[in-house]
Design a protein around this ligand. Sequence first.
Ligand code: ACO
Ligand code: KIV
Length: 635
Amino acid sequence: MDRDQSSVFDLAAVAAGSNGGNNDRLLPPARFVGAPQRPSTMPYTKYVAYGKQVPFDYPDRTWPGKTLKRAPRWCSVDLRDGNQALVDPMDPERKLRFWNLLMSIGFKEVEVGFPSASSTDYDFIRLLIERELIPDDVTIVVLTQAREHLIRKTYEALRGAKRAVVHFYNSVSVLQREVVFRKDKESIKKLATDAAELCKSLEHDAAGTDLYYEYSPESFSGAEPEYSLDVCNAVIDVIKPTPEHPMIINLPNTVEMTTPNVFADQVEYMSNNLSNRDSVVLSLHPHNDEGMAVAATELGMLAGADRVEGCLLGNGERTGNVDVCTIALNLLVQGVDPQLDFSDMPELRRTVEYCNQIKISERHPYVGSFVFTAFSGSHQDAIKKGLEARQQAALRDNADIENYLWLVPYLPIDPKDVGGSYEAIIRVNSQSGKGGMAYLLKTNHNIDLPKRLQVEFDRIVQHFADETKREVRDEDIWRLFKDEYLPIEKSGSTAAAGAVADREDSSLSQWGRLKLLKVSVSSGEDGSDTELKASVLDRGLTGVDEAVERQIEGKGNGPLDAFLNALSALDLTISVQDYVEHAMTAGSDALAASYVECKVGEPAEERVIWGVGIDSSVITSTLKAIISAVNRFER
Ligand SMILES: CC(=O)SCCNC(=O)CCNC(=O)[C@H](O)C(C)(C)COP(=O)(O)OP(=O)(O)OC[C@H]1O[C@@H](n2cnc3c(N)ncnc32)[C@H](O)[C@@H]1OP(=O)(O)O
Ligand SMILES: CC(C)C(=O)C(=O)O
């Protein structure tokens, strides 16, 4: 049926009546588990399936078999489409700041405004030109409707520019032809070709400017592709681009109305049928109404598009223009150079939020504050293992870890590559497992807990999470750890006073029966027959008031064995099940951490319990770990 013969509403009514949407009552029932879903009261019969509005099929499609191999030509439309969608359009200071950001990222084409729309836009373009702020390798683009007085004003704005693209547009959609322009197809096409002719005739006003053209069949997504092709080819006939001096045909998914595969079919159809294809740069201008702009763009690139217009972080009309950062970084993680520099996303986000006066979601791809964060236990476990495995593989290959292959579960990109850090990757709450807490202790406090100790301490962290019903921050974990395992120490002249001070916490009360005050060890050459003398502060089981200093001594096969024997003088029965130690810091002030898994108590009341000790001497840290286990047993 010819769209010019009848109203779009009549067609839609027919389409809706003949199951224009997806009337699920006519479909076989879906398989389900449990109770079937109920029909909703949502008014879905009001809506007409896209294929009924604009029937189109393109069986010649080849895009599904292709992969993305290189970056498109990028054009930022932040200063135009992004700007026109703001509550408060950017003032000159914000525009300039945005422009500088775009330059630092490496954009070579920027749509700088709609100069006939407002004096702010016009003046900003004049400022860029007159202050010579446009680098030689950057091309500015200016937008205008296909209307004479607006086009003339646009040329005025460009005086003195070295190179520029005049971008003119008119809507070609079925709906807008009828309700906005109230014109038939031929008249709409004439609007476009008249504008093209006027542009050509104004070229003499732009002497000295290397001028290019861009034409957008606006609302391409709502038009029959055959008709859009006809209009674009008519414009190409007027402009007469050459391979040396091409023009841009820009296909706007002005309102996203279809799944991305349909858009890709339309793009491939255009790419294959445009006249003078080798003189045309085929461009996409996707919006995100159905939340699929990135997908539509990527499929459109597979389908033959050379160029992409979009905004940083997806600002733009309604749900936004396509997010250029996401597409570029999607290319990066496929091993393709995006040809834009997004290495400082936090700064980019700050500038974009400042200029647009709109906040970015915590979940925004690549930049939201949660996108490199795992709260859930199994993710944390996998990330921790993945980071360790990568480090080991890089060591094995003698490779620079910064540039080593990135293969880490749940983290598609190395946060450092976009200016992030590992600090925020793992955050702990009641959904977390032992891996998250262990990662934070290791990363932030150089405490590498043995596996069974992780299990033990995790119960304490989990209890805290359940009690407080909030995120368990790094400082909470460290405080819980100190309170549970490390005696509260007073700072003094110890070698690692700074680190000891770090373990002091005036908000934690002192507890524990024993405190190691002094120790001396002598042994034979092979370490056998070790004799150990220690001075221990014994606060007894009731608290600090009754503290007595006791001298204990023991012999054994090494300091640990000798100390265990010495402790029997205090009626303590202890055996060590497992022992792990590691250096915490390097250098002369190095600290060691020791972890001992002990069996403490007489057989009837015996318990397996971990203790932790930290000291600049490995021997002392081990003995402190034993004391820690005893104190915990008696706590
Ligand atoms: C999809 C997009 O984002 S396209 C870009 C849209 N951006 C903007 O509109 C922001 C800047 N625009 C403006 O400041 C104003 O719209 C101006 C200054 C350009 C023009 O303002 P006005 O002259 O008041 O006209 P307005 O924009 O309301 O357009 C209405 C008329 O222009 C016609 N028109 C709209 N777009 C076009 C076009 N691309 N080509 C030709 N005519 C057009 C309409 O059919 C309508 O005609 P009518 O008055 O005969 O019914
Ligand atoms: C002018 C065109 C490219 C546009 O902004 C749109 O269709 O969204």
